[in-house]
Each structure stands twice: as C-alpha cells, then as structure tokens.
Design a protein around this ligand. Sequence first.
Ligand SMILES: [Zn+2]
Length: 408
Amino acid sequence: MKKKCRICNDKLISILNFKKVALSGNFIKKSEIKKEKKYSLSAGVCNKCKHLQIQDLVNPKKLFNHYEWETGISKSNIELILDLLKTLKKRFKLNNESKILEIASNDGTLLYEAKRRYKSYVLGIDPAKNLFKVSRKNKINTIVDFFSYKISNKIKKKFNTFDFCIARNVIAHTPNPNDIFKGVRNLISDKGVFIIEVPHLENIYIENQYDNIFHEHVGFHSLKSIIDLSTQNDLKVFDVEKIDSQGGSIRCYISKKNSNFKEDVNVKKLLLKEKKIGLFNLKSWFNFSKKVNKHSLKLHNYLKKIKKNKNNISAYGASGKGQTLLQVCNIGKYLDNIYDKSKIKQGKYTPGTHIKIIDPKFINVKKSKYLLLLSWNLAKEIAKQESDFIKNNGKIIVPFPMPHEYKS
Ligand SMILES: [Zn+2]
C-alpha cells in the first residue's frame, strides 16, 4: 500500500477501504472470467497538502494499453470539446498557425475538430493501441505512449514548442502528475497555455460520488492541488471555470510562471470556496467515509426491494465508475444485463460482477422494467434516447445523490 503523497511526498492517512475489486475498465470475455484478478482498493488523504488519492497502485500498462472509453461516443462530450475550442479561439486566438499537443488524445476527436475547423497543427499522444487505429483513420498524428518528461524531450527535438497543451481527464489517472507538469513546462511556448480538465473534488465530496474512486483514478483534484502541482513545476494557474463534465469538473488555464497572463479573480474565489466547504480538513473525509457506507447500503436495499417485488432490473452505461458502484455495493446479483452503445464493450462481461453487456437497441420493458443508470451524469441525454422505454412505463433509477426514479 502506498504511504506517500503523489504530489508532495508527505504521509497519507487512510480514510476508505473497498477491499478487493476487479479493475473497473477491464471488460472481459466469458472465457476470461475464471482467471480474473482482483486488487485492493483504498484511498487516503495527504497529511500536508490534503490531496485525496488511491493508495493501491496498479501498473498503468495494465490499465491503459487497451482502453475502452472512446471520446467520440458521447454527444455531450463532443459538445464540451467544441466549447473548449471556441473558447481557445475567442480568448487565445487559436488559428491556422497554432500548434496543439493533446495528452491522452484518446480516439483523436478533439484534434480532428481542431484541424478541421481551425486548420491548426495537431499532435496527439496516447498509450492505447486499440484507439490508435481510430485516430489513424482520422489522420491524426499520434504517438502511442504515456506522456512523460522524458518523452517531452523527444517531442521538443522533433516538433519544438506548442501554443496549446491540452490534458482532459488524464491528470487524475497518473501516479506521477509532477512528471506530466514538468513535461508540459518543457513544451509550452512562453505565451502558451496548458489546459487541464479534471473531475472536481468539490462534486465528489458534496455529492458523495465515491463511484469515481477506482484504480484508474489515482488522484481526486481540487483547484488547490492543481495550483500545488503548477507551483512545484514553475507554472501558474491564471484562470479556472466549472464545466458540466464527468459529474462536475474544473477547467484550469495554466501558463509559465513568468508569462503575461494575469490571475483572474475566479482563482481566489474558488480556492476560498474549496477551503470553506472543508475539502482540506481531515474530519470532512472521515465523515465522507461514513456517508459512503450509508449510501452503499441504501442503494443495495433499494434494488433488493424492487427485485423482491418481482421486477427485473438491468443497468445502463458500462462506465468505469459504474463498475465500482456495482462491486462496492454488491448489487451485480440483482441485474440481468447492462446496456451500452460502445461496440467494443458489447458481448463482453463486466469486471468483478460478470454481467453481459448488450446493445441498447434491445432495451425492453417486458424484460426489465427498471434501468439503473450507471452513467448517471448523462441522465438527461440517456432519458431522451430511451424515451420509448419511459413511455412504455419503464423506470430509470439514478443512484446519486440518493437512489431515486428519474423524472424529466
Ligand atoms: Zn501531499
């Protein structure tokens, strides 16, 4: 078990223990069920900088060389990408002379849009070999590897510096975020902007989103933790905004420490708010741990009752976080199937709980009257897609903040 903080190296204080679970992103074939491995999962808070993080690290190669989450699949995610690109154009004059590097470029959706709409020069880096095939199809120049300081030197030799470095939903995944920051510091130009999007600790804390806690998510970020990382690497956060992504995220704008960008008032405001709600207080996290146990029991009993009344339940959205929820709450046994649009997941089985994943076009009220929404942050989008199911008296269950039926 890891005892030192991934940001400042001080000692960790354990607050949560989920015992042994299978890796949340590891959807398996039927033949692989028998040899599936489980790993301890626990989380701790840093005694000094108060950063919340996973204490049981799994080799990143096991987690990310084959990645089954495609950026281009969710509509709301594409909207977020377009919104980000528009902001970059308006505020930082993104154009046909701009150079963009995207870290964890996934299937290349963002870079494809930047190239198509703004004629920018784009380069992606992502370790997932299976997604490389997709990005190659989109003609996006992609390096198949993990981003690091070491590789930033190679990139610099070949491509020089970049006007924009973008890292969406990846800082939380890496055991050594300082190395990424150092690499970016090496690659951004003096006027360059480093943009980070990361699930916000505020939402995880306030809304009790413990389903976000799994092996792929090594750290849970506040603005403070991003500022700590920036300061340690000679960078500065000059603006921040809340965005509607992954159940509530922050988008941070970072530059070299001595750049001309002035710190926006948003930075101080959010930092103050984070402090006020208790994110940097150990007591808050012990309370959080109690709330998690309470919620987990409640969700278990909620589904048990539906099943007792002879109604069938399936789940919707084979998201990684859903797999934590199913395993931690021990509710896989109540579910018949899981529906998911991703073709690479269909036909496979969920990690730890071994439920078959099928195409949402087979959703049927007669087979399952209830659908437990595992991608609950996309409730609106999914309810709209499945309006026929709802019209036929099908019910959608949203697990957070407390289990309830979805009402449009
Ligand atoms: Zn720390």
